[in-house]
Design a protein around this ligand. Structure first.
Ligand code: HEC
Length: 247
């Protein structure tokens, strides 16, 4: 689905986005009803590797998992609790078609990972690492991962000329550093407006009632996030810019 992100379509979509500084209104506390039974894991992170907080540590974990590595396998292997935000925003490179199939953000320290259970963009893991001043370094990995990859691979997969495929919507794109000869770009961090928030407890319920015969991929993704221990609601950082569609 690479074409969705490039060319005229993405450029037009970018023009239609209005981003503003605005405080996040909701303050969700608590967790999604813990403790709960944990499904057994098939994908197990080696000791000390299950809490990656950087692109490099994430690649190390993926390299350590059985090959080929599916996206659900990677998500399942992460240490719990997972800090999760969910949105039905359809304005990103992982557009959510509705709250039944929300985009999920997993936050660990300064890194935000994002996945979509089903549809265009759902075969990818997206990365943003906060580098200050409202900017984040971007990366992306397509799954399944068939063999060991270099730490620069998430940066290499988004390169366009100039910059990255992310720059169509994430403004202020700039060269940040170079990793193994691959240029790394930072750009504006974005978040969704409060009205597009979907509660993780609701998504947890979706995971528990998912019909694996009807939507196997969606169920595998939802289960990999929600069935292996506690999940804590964690909205995206308050200070990053909010995007709305301009009518
Ligand atoms: C079509 C426009 C569009 C494109 C292209 C796009 N994004 Fe985004 N991105 C958004 C919007 C809008 C948000 C706010 C959250 C939402 O609405 O889902 C966002 C938010 C994010 C976030 C949350 C935190 C942050 O630092 O911004 C991550 C992670 C992210 N995008 C990764 C990426 C990556 C990686 C790429 C390129 C491979 C990319 N995005 C390309 C529109 C886009």
């Amino acid at each position: 689905m690479r074409t969705l992100w490039t060319g005229l379509g993405a450029a037009l979509l970018a023009l239609a986005l209005g981003c503003e500084d605005e405080p996040t209104l909701d303050d969700e506390g608590g967790s999604t009803g813990s403790p709960k039974p944990e499904a057994p894991r098939e994908c197990i992170a080696p000791e000390g590797m299950g809490s990656p907080a950087s692109v490099e540590a994430t690649v190390d974990l993926i390299n350590a998992l059985p090959k080929p590595t599916s996206l659900p396998c990677f998500l399942e292997s992460l240490d719990r609790p997972l800090q999760i935000a969910a949105t039905d925003s359809d304005r990103s490179a992982q557009p959510s078609p509705g709250e039944e199939n929300p985009r999920l953000f997993i936050t660990r320290d300064t890194m935000i990972l994002s996945v979509l259970p089903e549809g265009p963009g759902s075969d990818r893991l997206e990365f943003a690492v906060d580098v200050g001043d409202g900017l984040s370094v971007k990366g992306e990995l397509a799954f399944p991962v068939e063999a060991e990859i270099d730490v620069s691979e998430p940066y290499a997969q988004i390169l366009r000329n100039p910059g990255t495929s992310c720059g169509a919507c994430h403004d202020l794109e700039q060269h940040w550093e170079t990793v193994n000869e691959v240029p790394v770009f930072a750009s504006e961090a974005l978040q969704y407006p409060a009205e597009d928030d979907v509660s993780p407890a609701y998504v947890d319920a979706l995971a528990q009632t998912c019909d694996a015969d009807a939507t196997p991929q969606r169920c595998a993704m939802l289960t990999s996030v929600f069935a292996h221990g506690d999940v804590t609601p964690q909205r995206l950082p308050e200070l990053i810019r909010i995007c709305r569609l301009l009518e």
